[in-house]
Design a protein around this ligand. Structure first.
Ligand SMILES: Nc1ncnc2c1ncn2[C@@H]1O[C@H](COP(=O)(O)OP(=O)(O)O)[C@@H](O)[C@H]1O
Ligand SMILES: [Mg+2]
Length: 245
């Protein structure tokens, strides 16, 4: 099976000398959902920014069998839909419909075709009722869903989401979880939420100081790196009980 993403020996240094990626190799196969785990600053965002050519390091990247180069960049970008951590950075048009139509229009579709793609994507994420709303009036969960529709409207084969669970309340998180499970694309999901990772992913990778340290079962990797919030120590649980007036 041809991997959808194949990264070999990727290293990257920021201009100030920070070595953010150190010899990272990784594969994503069709149908997989991979949780990308690791501490703040371990290189997760830097890694995914290489996959659509936003950053360029040393090493090689293939997407759907195509080597990522300057020439193939538009093709690669049409295969990978990237949802950023901050939806406000991603949504910039006056209305939801215009925002989601932007991508397909940019790919050369006619206005009519682009609107059809946008409406279908908004339907998938359950946001058809908000076509004419201003994105900045939406709740965090709604913004996240519209940002996702923005990439789905371009029919990508791979979805990359950078901390999609941030700012979501429990129902918003559940909603996102079910939505992601129903989408057929292979996914790469950066998250600190261990429950979310367990519920959505069938594989995990763990970053530490720019290195990809482990690749395998989600539970196994969480146990190996003590990567869990629970159970809380008894003293922490008692703290709030003692503070009841
Ligand atoms: N634009 C930048 N310039 C310099 N250093 C950066 C920049 N962006 C990130 N870094 C550094 O690169 C490392 C990896 O960052 P990042 O990929 O954002 O980590 P993560 O997403 O895992 O929190 C960190 O040490 C961070 O401080
Ligand atoms: Mg990050």
């Amino acid at each position: 099976m041809t991997p959808l993403i194949e990264v070999r020996d990727l290293s990257f240094q920021y201009e100030d000398g920070t070595r953010a990626l150190d010899n990272v190799s990784f594969k994503l196969l069709p149908g997989e959902t991979v949780a990308v785990l690791g501490a703040n600053g371990s290189g997760k965002t830097t890694f995914v920014l290489h996959l659509n050519g936003t950053l360029r390091g040393e090493g090689s990247i293939q997407v759907c069998g195509t080597p990522l180069t300057k020439e193939t960049l538009p093709l690669v970008r049409s295969k990978i839909g990237m949802v950023f951590q901050d939806s406000d950075e991603q949504l910039f048009m006056p209305t939801v419909l215009e925002d989601v139509t932007f991508g397909p229009l940019n790919m050369g579709l006619t206005q009519e075709e682009a609107i059809a793609k946008a409406k279908s994507a908004l339907e998938k994420v359950g946001m058809s009722h908000a076509l004419d709303k201003a994105p900045y009036h939406l709740s965090a969960g709604e913004k996240r869903r519209v940002a996702l529709a923005g990439v789905l409207s371009m029919d990508p084969e791979i979805l990359v989401l950078d901390e999609p669970n941030t700012f979501l309340d429990p129902p918003g998180l559940r909603n996102l979880l079910h939505l992601l499970r129903d989408l057929p694309q292979a996914k790469l999901i950066i998250t600190h939420n261990t429950h979310f990772a367990l519920a959505v992913a069938n594989r995990a990778v763990f970053f530490e100081k720019g290195k990809l340290m482990a690749d395998g079962e989600v539970v196994e990797i969480m146990q190996r790196y003590d990567w869990t919030y629970s159970p809380l120590p008894a003293d922490d649980l008692r703290y709030s009980a003692q503070r009841r007036f």
